[in-house]
Design a protein around this ligand. Structure first.
Ligand code: ATP
Ligand code: MG
Length: 384
């Protein structure tokens, strides 16, 4: 019996030695989760996964979901059949185009199969040539391929194409981080990058209601939803920094507004991260992009926390970040015009290389601990 299947190959997991079982189980859970609500059976066979018994009318949706799971190196839509030449040839006819150059490439997982890989190539290639006179063999640069994978259990897989997955590692394999997510272009990309390396990402957003409006919050929720495709996180926490911003504005040197606010953001993030069991903070900062993202600016925010701060975009140019944001579908949302809390009370000349001693003396004018506690009382959790 021949049936349509999707063959999934995983990336990097094989490198993990003794942890391999853990990675594979996690990968299975993530694949199952991505296929939730769609009829299917998922099976692990040596070195790859097979999706079977799915609704063929929904194949595009299934493919899209699989392509977005981190850890998927490549996948192919193909046919599963008996491992004997007639069935393999029937499938090859379905996979191979009517004309043009082609090549058959066989892989033998089952070494007891009576023919060698080369012999299968020759046999199936020969039969295809007689069935379709418009075809021509080209072993170097063929236009199309017919891949034959002869498996254990008397089965063979036949497919024509390797489609690229996103690579990376299964989400959940690399601990947990708290992403400081704004409505901008960078932070959603930063979250995506960490999830790609297997990190489970929780989100925190700071707002300055009523200086920023509901639409700004909606925008962040849309961004969080869009990256949920990859991160599998369906929860956003928000904290109000209105009072903090007003206090800074009223009492401190205006050129330090952003610097001081960022230190509060980091303190609040660390408090929440520890509550949530997150092991690090993640931001979308990129070296030198704006006044607060100099090494001095980063040092001043790092100084108030002990958790590591991961900045996966630190060495990226803006256009490289934009390219990724387009690819993951966040760009269109990020460029909507709603105001972020950082832009409220923005000074005309923010300090580019603030001295820690100056920052600390200005900060002494504030009741830092009280402001932090007060802000923490505004926590809201939004699930979607
Ligand atoms: P983004 O495009 O991510 O908004 P940006 O280039 O606008 O970044 P900043 O506004 O300086 O840069 O913010 C730097 C980082 O600080 C952001 O990438 C994000 O991680 C964090 N951040 C900024 N504003 C907020 C906010 N309102 N809530 C949560 N995190 C924020
Ligand atoms: Mg921003």
């Amino acid at each position: 019996m021949t049936e349509k299947v999707i063959i999934i190959r995983y990336a990097e997991i094989h490198l993990k030695g003794k942890n391999r079982g853990f990675f594979e189980r996690l990968f299975t859970v993530n694949l199952e989760r991505c296929l939730k609500g769609l009829r299917h059976e998922l099976r692990r066979t040596s070195g790859r996964y097979l999706v079977e018994k799915f609704d063929e009318e929904r194949i595009e949706e299934i493919e899209e979901r699989i392509a977005n799971v981190f850890g998927v190196h490549s996948y192919s839509v193909g046919l599963k059949t008996e491992s004997e030449l007639d069935s393999i040839f029937e499938c090859a006819l379905l996979v191979c185009p009517e004309e043009g150059t082609f090549k058959v490439e066989t892989h033998r997982g089952n070494k007891r199969f009576p023919l060698t890989s080369m012999e299968v190539n020759a046999e199936i290639g020969g039969r295809l040539l007689s069935a379709r006179p418009q075809l021509k063999v080209d072993v170097h640069t063929p236009k199309s391929y017919v891949y034959v994978d002869i498996r254990e259990n008397q089965t063979a897989l036949v497919f024509g194409e390797f489609k690229k997955g996103r690579g990376g590692m299964p989400v959940g394999a690399s601990g947990k981080g708290l992403l400081l997510i704004s409505g901008g272009i960078d932070s959603p990309v930063a979250g995506y990058m960490m999830a790609k390396r297997g990190m489970q990402v929780d989100y925190l957003h700071f707002h300055s209601y009523p200086h920023t409006n509901e639409l700004a919050k909606e925008k962040v929720i849309s961004l969080a939803k869009q990256i949920a495709k990859f991160t599998n996180t369906y929860r956003l926490t928000t904290i109000s920094v209105t009072k903090i911003q007003e206090e800074i504005h009223a009492k401190c040197a205006p050129e330090l507004n952003v610097t001081l606010l960022r230190r509060f953001m980091f303190r609040l993030s660390e408090r929440l991260a520890k509550k949530r069991g997150a092991q690090c903070l993640i931001t979308g900062e990129s070296l030198g992009q704006v006044a607060s993202q100099t090494i001095e600016g980063m040092t001043s925010s790092n100084a108030v926390v002990t958790l590591p701060v991961l900045r996966p975009l630190v060495g990226f140019d803006k256009d490289e970040i934009i390219e990724i944001s387009r690819n993951i579908g966040t760009y269109e949302i990020s460029v909507e015009p709603y105001e972020d809390c950082c832009t409220v009370f923005l000074p005309d000349f923010p300090a580019i290389k603030p001295k820690l001693s100056f920052i600390e003396s200005e900060e002494k004018k504030l009741d830092v601990e009280w402001l932090v506690e007060d802000a923490l009382s505004t926590i809201e959790v939004i699930t979607y």
